[in-house]
Design a protein around this ligand. Structure first.
Ligand SMILES: O=P(O)(O)OC[C@H]1O[C@H](O)[C@H](O)[C@@H](O)[C@@H]1O
Length: 480
């Protein structure tokens, strides 16, 4: 077994990714000068906020500040006052607001959704207020322009509002740029519907903090005018790196997720990842093995396959992190490189019955990256109900967690048997702390890989192209 294990118990098992049949020791050795240089660049970015070659949307040099986020310190983005403001919002919401609707998309949605899923799970909105410990029901409704979904939500809110007096809905509108079509259009529809139905709607904005002047976002101006509380997503923190900022933390705080432990996990991971030794630094090891698997072995698709339903959204969050950060036409010198590794969402065991056929026998172009959880506090055991049927007796008496892990390791073994690489991130438990470790490690990995590939991992010029066409089409629709 080849593993990197941190003191916290977080483990990166690379047995099936590193070795003679996959990325070899020699390849990693030969790559040492490149990853050492990248490590220095990331260390420097931590200290100064500067990542050479990174330009903002307007082509201006821009700081990269996400590495600062795990540190709750005076003068930092996550200062003690800001964390307190989030906790205060949660305190004043609890036992008062009935339902919160989060409206954001991309980086203003995906990270928060992971925190929600890990904390609340699928049945949150079916629980009683007592079971939710006074925290509100929660919905996400800004991540598409789908009238069926919005109609359904409005219908639910109207019906639910009849169950108690003074029913209150809180809309949390999250947009760094402050005018993104999906969250803003849904917000306007929701507001109108709540108004028409006579349901109290409170609004909170999360956006760029520029106050006044050219840089003030529409949402910031509107929030000021309307007297809504404002939370921040500052310059230097791109959407896909913003789960550790108020963008993600507000979702956690309003649903009872321990945001301090989450940041503690991220901070401890950040400490580990300051080590230049590849066998002590999970982000360095991860990025090097994935990059070399792509470059030298044609493995440029990465399937992120957590064995836990509540981590499916982690995989969806990772899609944006990997795709928007590394999928780039130009390198830092302006040469056309069309770099990228393609992320794929999967969940075990579900997708063993859907995707695994292709992972096992399709093109040799993937690394399957598992996530497994060691301890399940609410583990259940399959009862001995039908022992007369050998097929059912085969798994009767076993805890579901053991069946899950047996399925995962069988998948890994089957892939390895055909020379197909996989790796496993092992979390001791599905807690905010270990989730913080994992998500921060993935953010740092992407920063490293941007350096190996020599692309700007912190911009996304490609998404502007379709926006221009969309603007034109909307204008035509208005003129009709
Ligand atoms: O937070 P917002 O400004 O509304 O942006 C939401 C998302 O929109 C864009 O399309 C970007 O590609 C994403 O990086 C961003 O996360």
């Amino acid at each position: 077994m080849t593993q990197l294990k941190l003191r916290s118990g977080f483990t990166f098992d690379v047995t099936n990714l590193y070795g003679p049949k996959a990325v070899t020791e020699e390849e990693v050795k030969a790559f040492e000068p490149v990853y050492t240089k990248a490590h220095e660049a990331v260390m420097n970015m931590r200290k100064t906020g500067i990542m050479p070659g990174h330009l903002s949307k307007d082509g201006e040099p821009e700081e990269v500040l996400f590495p600062q986020l795990p540190y709750i310190e005076e003068g930092n983005i996550n200062s003690p006052e800001r964390i307190f403001a989030l906790e205060e919002l949660a305190r004043t919401t609890r036992n008062r607001v009935d339902t919160v609707v989060f409206l954001g998309i991309g980086g203003s949605y995906l990270g928060g959704k992971v925190l929600f899923d890990v904390q609340c799970g699928e049945f949150w909105n079916l629980k009683s207020t007592e079971e939710r410990k006074g925290f509100p029901k929660a919905f996400f409704a800004g991540n598409n322009v789908d009238s069926h979904k919005m109609t359904g939500l409005i219908h639910f809110l109207k019906a639910d509002s009849h169950t108690k007096p003074n029913y209150t809905v809180m809309a949390v509108v999250i947009s760094k740029s402050g005018s993104t079509i999906e969250p803003m259009s849904n917000y306007m529809v929701l507001k109108q519907a709540m108004n028409d139905a006579g349901i109290a709607l409170e609004t909170v904005a999360v956006t760029d903090p520029h106050d006044g002047g050219e840089k003030e976002t529409l949402l910031h101006g509107l929030a000021k005018k309307s007297g809504w509380p404002i939370f921040y997503v500052p310059d230097g923190v791109g959407g896909r790196f913003s789960v550790f900022s108020e963008v993600g933390l507000i979702v956690g705080a309003l649903t009872g997720f321990d945001i301090r432990q989450f940041l503690d996990g991220a901070r401890d991971m950040d400490h580990a990842c300051q080590n230049p030794d590849i066998w002590q630094n999970p982000a360095l090891l991860n990025s090097v093995l994935k990059f070399l698997a792509g470059k030298n072995h044609g493995r440029d698709l990465e399937v992120l396959m957590p064995y836990a339903d509540n981590l499916k959204s982690l995989s969806e969050w990772y899609i944006q992190l990997l795709a928007e950060s590394l999928g780039k036409r130009l390198d830092k010198q302006g040469n056309v490189v069309n770099y990228g590794r393609t992320p794929i969402v999967a969940v075990g065991t579900t997708d063993m019955h859907a995707q695994t056929q292709e992972h096992q026998e399709g093109p040799q172009d993937k690394v399957v990256q598992f996530v497994s959880v060691e301890n399940w506090p609410d583990d259940v055991t399959v009862p001995h109900l039908y022992d007369e049927y050998p097929k059912l007796a085969a798994f009767s008496g076993l805890p579901l967690s053991q069946i899950l892990e047996a399925a995962r390791s069988s998948n890994a073994e089957a892939l390895a048997g055909d020379g197909r690489p996989s790796a496993n991130y092992i979390l001791p438990a599905l807690t905010p702390y270990h989730l913080g470790e994992l998500m921060f490690m993935l953010c740092l990995s992407i920063a490293y890989e941007g350096e190996y590939a020599n692309v700007d991992a912190f911009n996304q010029p490609g998404v502007e192209v379709y926006k221009k066409f969309l603007g034109g089409r909307l204008k035509k629709l208005q003129e009709k």
